[in-house]
Unconditional design. Structure first.
Length: 337
């Protein structure tokens, strides 16, 4: 029998790719999203790519009554919770907004799941819970300690989930700590569409390549890394989407945290080179001061997810940038066109 999965934030970047992965495995998908940071065109893209329909509910999950109606109206059997605000800088400027949105949405969902005896919950956490790691690659048992309000919301939600699972052994919860998701669906129909000037490296580089922005600033050339620029564990968004499917299908009683990354790092200069290769364009850049809050290296040890979930991220940096470029070049203004 097909299973119905609620994907919150399913119109967003990672949620939309995960919706495609689930539909391709014949799950029924209900998407709840208030479109605060996404476009209804993402829903159309999901349906075009899969030739299937999704049930889309435009809902603010901070509103408890709306969440009640969602569960009353749909036969939800599991929840993948992407909905949330995610910009680190914005979270420092408007912490209350971040705490309210990220925590209240989650509490409303967990409450309603409990009422309807739905206990399978997959949550979008982040490598940001590790703060500045003492050693890399990072294992799940490493010390956590986020350094900004956004990271605190992820850390707090992880704690709430752990407490909930400890209190009632019917809960089955996977906390997925993503490293740096990049790339786009290979069709070129779905990808990342940030509002305003991108904060993150790959969307910024893509907008330079497509002539929406002039020049990249490389935030520091004197880090303790092989070429002096920051090293990150970039993971293709479609590999990440498959990670959610694996997390859902291999969920166990209790609450587990998993690193979703490749285990391989790339520097800013390596990302620029891969983007130039993928696009055939030159990416002008200057090396500037470090960005506040940045770290030298972030790298996952994904062994636990590889072993427990039977999942592995296979796509390499060249594929990530090739797919990102296809999306960006075919949709220079994202979903706006
Ligand atoms: P996104 O902004 O593209 O998607 C989040 C979606 O949630 C958006 O469509 C937004 O409209 C929706 N949303 C926000 N608040 C809502 C509310 N109150 N009610 C209903 N919908 C709401 O972000 P993304 O990159 O797809 O990230 C998905 C999740 O993964 C987020 O929780 C994010 O914090 C987490 N995450 C993202 C990254 C990353 O680099 N993209 C890294 C680690 C963790
Ligand atoms: C950012 C978030 C982090 C989140 C992660 C996952 C910040 C401060 N941190 O981390 O919480 O979990 O995304 O998506 O936003 N860079 C440049 N020039 C740019 C942009 C970035 O040189 O214009 C460099 C950065 O210094 C870093 C690398 O590129 O070395 C990657 O940056 P970014 O894509 O913003 O991701 P993170 O900093 O890892």
């Amino acid at each position: 029998m097909t299973k119905t999965v609620l994907i919150t934030g399913g119109a967003g970047y990672i949620g939309s790719h995960t919706a495609v992965a689930l539909l391709e495995k014949n799950y029924d998908v209900v998407i709840a999203d208030n479109l605060a940071n996404s476009s209804p065109k993402a829903i159309e893209a999901i349906e075009t790519i899969t030739s299937k329909t999704v049930t889309f509910c435009k809902v603010d999950l901070c509103e408890q009554q709306a969440v009640r109606e969602l569960f009353a109206q749909h036969p939800i059997e599991a929840v993948i919770h992407f909905a949330g605000l995610k910009a680190v800088g914005e979270s420092v400027e408007k912490p209350l907004w971040y705490y309210r949105n990220n925590l209240v949405t989650t509490m409303n969902l967990l409450d309603e799941m409990q009422t309807h005896e739905v206990y399978d919950f997959v949550f979008s956490s982040s490598a940001t819970v590790y703060g500045d790691p003492e050693t890399v690659p990072i294992v799940e048992t490493a010390k956590t300690g986020p350094t900004n309000p956004y990271g605190h919301t992820k850390h707090m939600i992880e704690q709430i989930c752990q407490d909930q699972a400890a209190a009632d052994d019917r809960w089955r919860i996977n906390l997925l700590r993503y490293f740096n998701p990049v790339g786009a669906h290979a069709s070129g129909k779905m990808g990342e569409d940030p509002n305003g000037i991108p904060n993150n490296l790959v969307p910024y580089v893509m907008q330079v390549a497509v002539d929406r922005l002039d020049k990249l600033k490389v935030f520091g050339g004197d880090w303790d890394t092989p070429d002096g620029t920051g090293v990150r564990d970039y993971i293709h968004v479609c590999d990440l989407a498959q990670g959610h499917l694996a997390a859902l299908e291999n969920i166990q009683a209790g609450c587990q945290a998993y690193n979703l990354g490749t285990g391989t790092g790339a520097s800013v200069l390596e990302v620029i080179a891969a983007a130039e290769q993928a696009s055939g364009k030159q990416i002008p850049y200057t090396i500037t001061d470090r960005r506040a809050g940045d770290i030298a290296t972030s790298l996952a040890d994904p062994t636990k997810a590889n072993d427990d979930l039977g999942w592995r991220a296979d796509r390499n940096l060249a594929t990530m940038l090739t797919d990102a470029w296809r999306w960006q070049s075919e949709n220079p203004l994202g979903y706006e066109e």
